[in-house]
Ligand binder design. Structure first.
Ligand code: PHE
Length: 330
C-alpha cells in the first residue's frame, strides 16, 4: 500500500501521473487485480476483504486527486510564465491614413447642407454644350463663355467647367420644389499658383414657388454656412455677374489670416472671395420648362475652402500627393 501511495506522490508531472493512474486504477490495473481475488476468498472473509479494499481504493483516489490538483497548478504556472508579455517593449507603429483635405472639406460642406435637407445630386464629368452653357443662359458666341477655359472634345462635348450643369439635369428630372447640392470635379485650361486643370466645386440650388425664394433667403443661408465653415468672420456680398443668375453676387469673408487688416493672402484688401451666387435667371427656368418658380443658386471651390481652412499656400500641392503634406492631416 505504501509503495502505491509513493508511486502517486513521486510523480513529477501530469504525464507521469497519467501512466500511474492507468497502472493503479485502470481496467487491468493493480486495484482491479486485487478486487478479482474476491472470488477465491472464502465466503466468511469476503465482506471484510471487500470493505478493506474499498477503503484502500478511496484513500488512493484521494491521494491521486490531491496530486493531480497540485501538478495541474504547477503546469498552469509554467504555461503562464512562458507566455508572459513584456509591456515595456515598444509596439508596432499604427500607421493610419487620413482623408485628403479636399475630401475632408467636401464632407464638411455636404454635412451642412444635408442637415438642411438638401439632396446630394451628381452628373457626368463629360457634358454636352446645352447643359454646361446653353441652358445656363450662355448661348453660343456669348462673351461670358470666355470666363471658363473649356476642354472640348472633337464631337462637341466637353469636360464640364463647373457643377452648374447638375442644376439643369436635376431640374429636368425632378419637379419643383428643388433643394440640392452637387459636389464634384470640374475642369478648366488653367495652371498656376491658384489654378489647376481639375478642381472641385459644390453647387447649390433651391427652387420654390414664384415669390417664395428671395435674395434675402440666399443671403441668410450663405452667411450661416460661412460662419459654420470659418467661424467668426464678417461676410460681404459684392455685386458681380454670372449669366445664370440675376442679380449675381460674389461673396467675401473677412481675411481669416489677418482678421481684415490686410496681408499677402488677401492682397491687402482684408477680404477673401469664397463663393459665387445669385437669384436664378428666368432664362434658366425657361430652358428646363419650369414655370411660376423662383430660386437661388451658388457655387464654390472646395480646394479654395480647404486651403483657407488649413493655411495651404499653393493650390498645386493639393494634387501632388506629397506624403509630407498629407501626413499633417492624420
Ligand atoms: N458656376 C459658377 C462658377 O463656376 C459659380 C456659380 C454657381 C455662380 C451658381 C452663381 C450660381 O464660377
Amino acid at each position: 500500500m505504501e509503495a502505491l501511495k509513493s508511486k502517486i506522490t513521486d510523480c513529477a508531472n501530469l504525464e507521469e501521473l497519467e501512466v500511474v493512474r492507468v497502472e493503479i486504477f485502470g481496467k487491468k490495473g493493480i486495484l482491479a487485480a486485487e478486487f478479482a481475488k474476491l472470488k477465491d476468498i472464502p465466503p466468511a472473509e469476503k465482506k471484510d476483504f471487500a470493505k478493506s479494499m474499498n477503503e484502500k481504493k478511496v484513500e488512493l483516489q484521494n491521494i491521486f486527486d490531491a496530486k493531480k490538483l497540485e501538478l495541474e497548478a504547477i503546469a498552469l504556472q509554467k504555461e503562464l510564465e512562458s507566455q508572459k508579455i513584456d509591456i515595456s517593449l515598444y509596439g508596432y507603429e499604427n500607421n493610419k491614413g487620413a482623408l485628403h483635405p479636399v475630401k475632408d472639406t467636401m464632407d464638411k460642406i455636404i454635412d451642412y447642407f444635408a442637415t438642411l435637407n438638401f439632396s446630394v445630386e451628381s452628373g457626368p464629368l463629360v457634358e454636352n454644350d446645352f447643359n454646361n452653357f446653353e441652358a445656363l443662359n450662355l448661348p453660343k458666341n456669348h462673351p461670358a463663355r470666355e470666363m471658363q477655359d473649356t476642354f472640348f472634345f472633337a464631337d462637341g462635348n466637353l469636360l464640364r467647367t463647373h457643377t452648374s450643369p447638375v442644376q439643369i439635369r436635376t431640374m429636368q428630372n425632378q419637379k419643383p420644389p428643388i433643394r440640392m447640392i452637387a459636389p464634384g470635379a470640374v475642369f478648366r485650361r488653367d495652371y498656376d499658383l491658384t489654378h489647376t486643370p481639375m478642381f472641385h466645386q459644390v453647387e447649390g440650388l433651391l427652387v420654390g414657388k414664384k415669390g417664395e425664394v428671395s435674395f434675402a433667403n440666399l443671403k441668410a443661408i450663405l452667411e450661416d454656412f460661412l460662419h459654420y465653415m470659418f467661424g467668426d468672420v464678417k461676410v460681404r456680398f459684392r455685386p458681380s455677374f454670372f449669366p445664370f443668375t440675376e442679380p449675381s453676387t460674389e461673396v467675401d469673408i473677412s481675411c481669416i489670416f489677418c482678421k481684415g487688416d490686410g496681408c499677402r493672402v488677401c492682397s491687402h484688401t482684408g477680404w477673401l472671395e469664397v463663393l459665387g451666387s445669385g437669384v436664378v435667371d428666368p432664362n434658366v427656368f425657361k430652358a428646363v420648362g419650369y414655370e411660376n418658380v423662383s430660386g437661388y443658386a451658388f457655387g464654390l471651390g472646395v480646394e479654395r475652402f480647404a486651403m483657407l481652412l488649413h493655411g495651404i499656400g499653393d493650390l498645386r500641392s493639393m494634387f501632388e500627393g506629397d506624403i509630407r503634406l498629407l501626413e499633417q492631416f492624420k
